[in-house]
Design a protein around this ligand. Sequence first.
Ligand code: ARG
Length: 420
Amino acid sequence: MSSEKEIRKYLDRFSSDDFRFAVIKVGGAVIENDLDNLISSLVFLNEVGLRPIIVHGGGPKLSRALEDKKIQFSFKDGQRITSKEVLYEAIDVFKAENQKITSALIEKNVSAVPLMNDVFKCTIQDKDLGFVGTIIETNSDKIRDIILSGGVPVIAPMGYTDEKQIVNINGDKATQALAKEILPDKIIFLSEIGGILDGSDNLISTINIKDDYKRLMSEGWLHSGMKLKLEEIKHLLDYLPSNSSVSITKPLYLNRELFTDAGFGTLVKAGHQIDKFKELDSVNIDTITSILESAFKGTLDKNYFIKQDKEFYVSSCSRAAIAISLHQKVAYMDKFAVKTGARGEGLGNAIWNRMTIDHKKVFWRSRSNNSINHFYKNVCDGFQKTNNWNIFWIGIHDLDELTECIRIASNQPETIAYEN
Ligand code: ARG
């Protein structure tokens, strides 16, 4: 593998939130053909203290079981039409597939917990599909409890309805519903192919939705199944924090994908990468200065970076930055800047979301005529107007603390000079 430093970096990142590490979708074919590699990779994760949420499929196996028993089945829009007979068979097959994973894990001392049909609350929306569920609620409490007590939930693609009817659900849909509910750092699809392939059947290492999506979707060589997958991933990333990403890889390469920069598989990101800096080099200083001066149309105080009491979030496209000042008890957002040309791309949201992963309590101020106030009013928990400023906050519930924050905000020195 790679340098220890690299591995450590990812370990720290993935360990920072107990149950938000990852949702891993294991394709049905993987359970059949690649179970040993799957189990070793998952055992490794367990050994380093990472507990993913596992969702599995079982489609190919189910098709074979139905054929063996001469039970008729067909598909509509990629969904298996599920008659009562198909459903009974599905329940048996999914139970067996689930057990293959859980028992192999338990044998290796991983506390795997099978979840058969109690995670997804569904309705039957399309009667023509039979017992196929549309997920309306995902029971994440149960999953969280399992993970926080050191277990690894292994979830079958089945749900239940209000009438306690068990229903069949599509494994990818189940994965999406879980991801939207849990907001994990990583979503991983384990497949036999192990990624998205280009026109010459080479693995595409990284896909940046913002830059690559349109072009890829119009490529003749991109397999229709892959297009569908990419489309699903795009919708998923729209819901997730900007630093979450999706990886497609094989069981054998799972840990290389997770713990190295280069990875092994296809990494799909939304496109707004945000980096955090505590110490700045001169390049960073120039980048941040240029973002701030362009966004505020003024000149930044020459001494702005001298006192090292701040941390910075900067988008990798160098078009958005946040400065957080830490010299008082509650984090003060000293600057929030998005270059004019970059507005409306979700970049402001992306950098804001990234910052609030680290800071749950923040206060800040802005001029009452600033057009960004609309955004601030949406994200803040409260705000107060003073003569010159609007003062906003999140996460501050103690009145004394709030009063102090408002006082501090009103007294901040100005660090941008405007030409008239
Ligand atoms: N280890 C990092 C992650 O999981 C980077 C992976 C890069 N992978 C790739 N196929 N380019 O997010």
